[in-house]
Design a protein around this ligand. Structure first.
Ligand SMILES: [Zn+2]
Length: 315
């Protein structure tokens, strides 16, 4: 009887091969699909508040909006509010927000983007603020949609993920020095939302919504977190976005990740649009009043969001 069972089994398998019904297949686990239209809407909503410059009503209203969304998507939300003295001696209200998944896990990944708007459009109308659709809202929009996705598709409970929205990144000027930038990130790096906070890696998103963006290998990221940078660019290639994530070296950019690396000692990379043959190093509407919704391309948001999905679900 034993043998008959085996024979029946073998015949069934062979029959399956013949008909194509029971062919063994290697199923690739389907990754969640990042929704770029939702990300676009999160950017649109932020921009609709008006420029989110420190001490403005738009800052207060947008902080409330972001905090509510983080509350609805993540496990725990931290609101870190303080007054920062800027290089022009002005006292600036600074609101950093953190949404955490699996807050008790030891192994943690930090994802961050700045949400403030530059108060001066130095590159065209100095007295007006920047709408900051790309330089501000875009990174936050991608991370909000990622938070929604992470809520639907929980990662392993041993992996903690923190989404940090930093304030007062863009109140800097070259003549004031590199430390005039990233004031919110500097504050957080000195006083993280959880005492003794550590993460194995950090990923900063800045200007991640521009059409045909070129995410080249930024030099501080390369210096402080070369392995993480390589793995994320590899994830982009696997996800099919190597047209955006080009493995070409670029220069040093002062951005929030400099302080996450230098002060918090978390190896952190910057995903930032660095176009080729640009006079400033950035897109031509950078730090102008033209950094509005017309510059945001959902296809780029998809490339960045899906790359993060590819990376996170491989951890
Ligand atoms: Zn900026």
């Amino acid at each position: 009887m034993k043998y008959i069972k085996y024979i029946v089994f073998i015949v069934a398998v062979l029959w399956g091969y013949g008909t194509g019904m029971a062919q063994p297949q290697i199923y690739k686990t389907a990754l969640p699909d990042f929704n770029e239209q939702n990300a676009y809407q999160y950017i649109e909503r932020q921009v609709a508040f008006g420029p989110r410059v420190p001490n403005s009503a738009a800052q207060e209203a947008c902080a409330h909006y972001l905090e509510q969304l983080l509350q609805s998507f993540t496990d725990t939300v931290f609101r870190q509010e303080t007054i920062i003295k800027a290089k022009d001696r002005k006292k600036l209200r600074c609101i950093n927000l953190v949404g955490s998944f699996n807050p008790r896990a030891q192994r943690r990944l930090l994802l961050l983007a700045h949400w403030d708007s530059r108060p001066w459009a130095d590159r065209n109308k100095k007295k007006e603020p920047v709408p900051a659709a790309n330089d501000g809202a875009s990174g936050v929009g991608v991370l909000l949609e990622l938070a929604a996705l992470l809520q639907q598709h929980r990662v392993d409970s041993t992996l903690g993920i923190d989404i940090l929205f930093t304030d007062v990144e863009d109140y800097g000027k070259v003549k004031w020095g590199a430390e005039s930038y990233g004031l919110g990130a500097q504050y957080w790096a000195h006083q993280p939302h959880v005492k003794g906070y550590q993460a194995f890696g950090g990923i900063l998103l800045d200007m991640v919504g521009g059409k045909n963006a070129r995410f080249a290998l930024e030099a501080y990221s390369q210096k402080y977190a070369p392995q993480l940078q390589a793995v994320v660019w590899e994830a982009a290639a696997t996800a099919g976005y190597s047209a955006y994530f080009v493995p070409e070296k670029e220069g040093f950019i002062t951005d929030d990740h400099v302080f996450i690396n230098g002060i918090a000692r978390i190896p952190c990379i910057d995903i930032i649009d660095l176009p080729e043959n640009s006079a400033t190093g950035f897109v031509d509407y950078w730090h102008t009043t033209a950094d509005d919704m017309s510059k945001i391309d959902p296809a780029t948001l998809k490339a960045v969001g899906q790359t993060l999905v590819q990376y996170i679900y491989s951890l």
